[in-house]
Design a protein around this ligand. Structure first.
Ligand code: ATR
Length: 271
């Protein structure tokens, strides 16, 4: 039996165990997915120790995504993002990856959103970084807007410096109406809207040519997504991003195509 898991603190309410186990069941893979909650200062040792215990793969969540970067050999994308959310122990040395980026791009593609033109990424924290690098790697022009504009500038500079041919700029939230006027994709990568009726984007800045992904998944139907639907945009809720980051980890670990429908069903049953 293969053991996979999630390391974080806290991890009690994680949706990853049922999502991954639904995947193993659908494919008849003999595996379990468990959660580990080491003390906050013990992350690097725990990741290293997991290999010795025979753990085949780990997802990493808050507050360990940066610690994992030094405990394993990060791939170039994880290094640029500055965070590892997936560790693969199948090689000689554990390798670190970041599937949050592909989680966003696959979620958008699954809804027939074309990843070309201009993307507006709201937020410059962990999620915003992953999304900005992911969309820039698709060849999109990236406009990062953040409450703290200097963080948006910093992220945009890093994206521009490490992505071939990238066009990336940083802005404050006040620039959103202007930025969105000729944008093709909008991603909310802030926590605004989580368990609240707030939105980081003025409703009248939205329009029907946008594909809008909200990384927030509690609630599934955020005010931003309702406003976007009213404007005629294509909407993608945060559970899709959560699903596809898990799908990408699943596929890396098992070398098999993930049973996306079964994993999606298990996830949505619990939201
Ligand atoms: P995560 O890993 O989920 O991205 P994070 O790294 O703490 O979490 O980043 C949170 C993001 O949400 C940041 O972009 C933050 O903006 P600041 O950089 O200005 O702090 C944004 N955010 C959080 N609360 C916000 C609010 N009330 N209004 C606007 N942006 C907010």
């Amino acid at each position: 039996m293969d053991v996979y898991g999630l390391i974080g603190n806290p991890v009690g309410h994680s949706l990853s165990p049922p999502m991954h186990e639904a995947g193993y069941e659908a494919l008849g893979v003999d595996a379990r997915y468990v959660t580990f909650e080491p003390p906050v200062e013990g992350a690097a040792a725990a990741v290293e120790g997991a290999a010795d215990l025979g753990v085949a793969g780990l997802n990493v969540t808050i507050p360990f995504k940066q610690d994992a970067l030094v405990a394993v050999e990060p791939d170039p994308l994880a290094r640029r993002i500055g965070a590892v959310n997936t560790v693969d122990f199948s090689g000689e040395r554990p390798t670190g990856h970041n599937t949050d980026a592909v989680g966003a791009t696959r979620a958008l593609r699954a809804h027939d959103v074309t990843l070309s033109g201009t993307a507006v990424v709201v937020g410059a924290g962990g999620a915003g970084r992953a999304v900005a690098f992911g969309l820039a790697d698709e060849g999109m022009t990236v406009r990062v807007a953040n409450r703290t504009a200097s963080k948006a500038d910093g992220l945009a500079d890093e994206v521009a410096a490490t992505t071939d041919g990238a066009d990336a700029t940083g802005h404050g939230l006040d620039a959103l109406p202007e930025l969105l006027a000729d944008a093709d994709v909008l991603v909310n990568a802030t926590s605004v809207g989580m368990e609240s009726e707030e939105t980081p984007v003025p409703a009248d800045a939205l329009h029907g040519d946008l594909g809008v992904l909200d990384a927030v998944y509690r609630p599934l139907e955020t005010r931003l997504l309702r406003d976007a639907a009213d404007a005629g945009a294509t909407t993608v809720d945060g559970a899709w991003m959560l699903l596809y980051q898990g799908v990408a980890a699943f596929e890396r670990w098992t070398d098999r195509e993930a049973p996306v429908d079964a994993m999606n069903e298990a996830l949505r049953e619990r939201l």
